[in-house]
Design a protein around this ligand. Sequence first.
Ligand code: ATP
Ligand code: MG
Length: 346
Amino acid sequence: MASSINLAVIPGDGIGQEVVAQGLKVLNAVLPQDVKLETKEYDLGAQRWHRTGETLPDAELEALKGHDAILLGAIGDPSVPSGVLERGLLLKLRFAFDHFINLRPSKLFPNTATPLAGSPEIDFVVVREGTEGPYTGNGGSLRTGTEHEVATEVSLNTAFGVERVVRDAFERAAARPRKKLTLVHKNNVLVYAGHLWKNTFDKVAAEYPQVTTDYLHVDAATIFFVTQPERFDVIVTDNLFGDILTDLAAAISGGIGLAASGNINPTGAFPSMFEPVHGTAPDIAGQGKADPTATVLSVALLLRHLGYEAQAVRIEDAVSADLAERDGTARTTDEIGDALAVRVAG
Ligand code: ATP
Ligand code: MG
C-alpha cells in the first residue's frame, strides 16, 4: 500500500466529465490524511480529436505509464466516426498496458431495482479476458463491397493468455467466502478455443482444491443469469462472451448507473484503468442528471487494486447506505457525489 497515489484522470466526453468530478470528490474524502493524492488530467477523447485529429499520441501514452492508476469517465461522441476512438484510444490503451483482466462485479444493493422477479441474491464478479479473443483486429475482408464479400474475424487464444486470466480468476475465487468459479465458453461448437480454455481451467483447478468449479456454455449462462443469478460467485470467460454477459449482469443488478469496471494488469507492470461501464450518455450530458455511483464504485475498485481495502469497503458501504435511503426524489449528479463524500468521511 503506497503512502501516495499518483493518479491519471481522463474525464473524456459527455457525462464522463460530470461523473469523474464526483469520483474524485469521494476519493479525496475517503483517503487518510497521510496519503498524498496527486492527480493529472489528460485531455483525450472526442473534443481533442475534433481539435487536433489526435486520439492517443505516443508522448501521452508514455506519460500515462508513470501513474499508479488511471480513472476514466467515458469516451466518444456521435460526431466521431465509429471505431476511431474505440481503436485509437480505448483498445490502444488496453493493449499497450496489457490490461488482460477486465473486472466487472455485480451486486444487487438494497432498495435497488432489478427487472428480475422476486428478490434474487446477486453478488458475483465477472473476470473477462481483455487482450485476446476476437478483439485483436485479426481478420479482413475479401471482395469488399461486392455481393461475394468474405469477412473474417479471428478469435485469438494463446495458452499464455488463457492461463494468466484463469489463474487470476482462481485467485479471486479463493479469496471470496463462497469460493466458486464458473468457466463460461462454448466448447461444444468453438472446439479449438474451447478445448484450450477447458483444459487450462481443469489444469489450474488442480492447484485450488478449495475452489468449487463449474462449466457452462455461454447460452446456458444467459438463462441462469436471469433465472438463478445466485448460483454465480466468480465467472471467468473470454473477451467477447464477457463483453455481452457483463452488460446483462449490469441490467439485472441495478442498471447502468451502478456498474463499475476495472481494466487491470495484475502484474503492476503498467497502470490499471478504472471506469464506469456506461458510456458518454449524450442524451443527458451537461444536465446534472447522470448518476455518478458507477464511477464512485470504480474508485472503490481502484483503491482495492492499490491495496486500500478498508477505503474500498467504506465506499461500497456508503453506496449501499445511500441507495437504501433513496426514495425516488431526483437528485443532481453533484448532490449524489456530495452525499457519498459525506458518508465516506464518516
Ligand atoms: P456511448 O456511445 O458513449 O456508449 P451511449 O449512447 O451508448 O453512449 P450510454 O452512456 O451507454 O449511452 O447510456 C445508455 C443509456 O443509459 C442512455 O439513455 C443514458 O442516458 C443512460 N445512462 C448512462 N449512464 C448513465 C448514468 N450514469 N446515469 C443515468 N443514466 C445513464
Ligand atoms: Mg454505449
